[in-house]
Design a protein around this ligand. Sequence first.
Ligand code: NAD
Length: 477
Amino acid sequence: MYTDLMFYIDGEWTLGEADRTSSVVNPSTGEEIGRLPLASKRDLDAALNAAARGFEAWSVTSAYDRSAILRRAAALVRERHEHMARCMTLDQGKPLGESTLEAKSAADHIEWYAEEGRRAYGRIVPSRNPAVRQLVVREPVGPVAAFTPWNFPINQAVRKIAGALAAGCSIIIKAPEEAPGSVIELVRCFHDAGVPKGVLNLVFGIPAEVSDYLIRSPIIRKVSFTGSTEVGRKLGALAAEHLKLTTMELGGHAPFIVCADADVEAAAALACGLKFRNAGQVCASPSRFYVHDAVFESFSLRFSELANQLKVGDGFDPATQMGPLANARRLTAIQALVDDATVKGATLLAGGERVGDKGNFFKPTVLTEIPVEARLLCEEPFGPIAPLVRFDNLDSVINQANSLEYGLAAFAFTASLKTSTELGNRLQSGMVSINHFGLALPETPFGGIKASGHGSEGGSEGLDAYLTTKFISQIGC
Ligand code: NAD
């Protein structure tokens, strides 16, 4: 049911030197489901040399041929998505329905990049001298080092792999050690689709060791990281020291603003669905709920009712609506945030504690009357906790929403076009979604500002991230 845990280097599945391994655990049961090899420096050198050779060949393969291979990979993902989804529920814990959607949508992402890669247009700039021809061309930036987290193992990996490959780059991806199974199956689709040797390489290891080694390597020209702001700062500093381009998709603490004129039922239903999806372990998850005084009681009542009704359990149980937290660290972190808020005077409207003592299950949690000094209002919770805060005018709520260092996603509910426009203009956030959830599609940019990072994945911006500009001026032809 699971998969063989291996690296993929230079077109081969390998255990590498296999001198160290780590345990992969099912977060619903706490049981070990496999042992994962951790890369040695020699394994990383093999991946780097393969990526250098892969780049030489792939960067001069036509966009048309690259596109055909990517489309074959997308078709294989569609064929195999059920197995990929099962692997994800087994090692990451999310409900099988969520894993299935994520696996299927990987095919959409690959197809988008397969098409977009054929549109990496340059331009001709009119010259001052009629005999001179001035060309601006877009070229693949070079071998990429990519680091992806455990919350969306397939989605976070596929955006980097498909973007890099469509642009003509080779890539080494270090995927999450705690949830490796579905990424291995994703990479298998690219292999079986005919991606040439060395173009795509997959490793696991001690994260700090692998990133330090790869980013310093002169072979790597671009670094793409998804994870916490804290780690992003470190990797960004190292990449800057070595003058490597970066895309940083980091943490967030998204405001969800419910205005006085909002459709409260629709807002509460969407808020609950978004907040507790993937047990709240989503960088763009709403995590600060600002609700206008006029609708605060009705919203908080309905939202807590919905949260209390959610069925928490093993992701393979068809009745489950929220699975376990992906690892024991999150359990400790979430309990600490709840305790901090309640000790400081917050009121619990739902949840607030672990479910049972087996697996990493935590109740969907809703808090109100939260003092401003509670950590929950300024630290990214990354879990199933929803703090509800009252507001009474638009300026003050926009100021509160913008007051943190984060700027990834923001949400709002209002019946007014004027208010929607004002929120869209004034919220300091890389993405704003009003009266619905409209983020993370293959054809639209996904990314943050401020301490939530820089650069976008998705949309034409997602391809741009792997391209560089060359200017050619020629005479005499
Ligand atoms: P963490 O900061 O230790 O790790 C986050 C991710 O970064 C993991 O995938 C980890 O393997 C990787 N990582 C850590 N140190 C690294 C390094 N030196 N080089 C390369 N990769 C490294 O925290 P955690 O306990 O695993 O996760 C919790 C925090 O991570 C959350 O608070 C959240 O902010 C963040 N996170 C963000 C995302 C996202 O989508 N932006 C995803 C997962 C985790």
